[in-house]
Design a protein. Structure first.
Length: 152
């Protein structure tokens, strides 16, 4: 009995440590974000799931999107279909995750980035029959005139 208790006392912390250290890297480093969208927008829901699968922890909020975009300085002519707030930046529209990660890694002195409209083939608009028609042009905004931040 005493040996059984000793074994439990020694092995329990080791089992806990093994469980923690074998968690997927994405679970250990999930990036919290809030996605504001119009109610009933299915592509926005698919985009949130896409981000979740790629290491983000996304909270979605149905709201008056135009108001949120105005409040966060998204240029009217460059608006996307939702607004994501992540780590001090605004990400508007269906921006591919690699570009979002680049933004968070580089940390430029801008308000945010946007992929205008709802381009076919973008994350959330990539269902069968929605093939990409050309490169995605992601714009940066907030410091001076908007400029092209990335093409994919």
């Amino acid at each position: 009995m005493i040996n059984s208790v000793r074994r439990t006392v020694v092995l329990a912390p080791l089992a806990l440590a093994a469980a923690v250290f074998t968690l997927p890297a994405s679970a250990a480093r999930a990036i919290s974000a809030t996605l504001y969208k119009n109610p009933n927008c299915d592509c926005c829901n698919r985009y949130a799931r896409y981000l979740d699968r790629n290491g983000f922890n996304v909270k979605t909020i149905d709201t008056d999107l135009a108001r949120v975009q105005r409040e966060h300085g998204v240029p009217h002519d460059l608006e996307g279909c939702h607004t994501l707030l992540v780590d001090g930046y605004v990400v508007d529209g269906l921006v591919p995750v690699d570009i979002v990660r680049r933004l968070l890694r580089e940390r430029p002195a801008i308000t945010g980035i946007t992929l205008p409209g709802m381009p076919l083939g973008a994350p959330g608009m990539d269902e069968p029959g929605m093939e990409k028609q050309g490169p995605f042009v992601v714009h940066a905004f907030g410091k001076g005139e908007p400029f092209i931040y990335a093409r994919e």
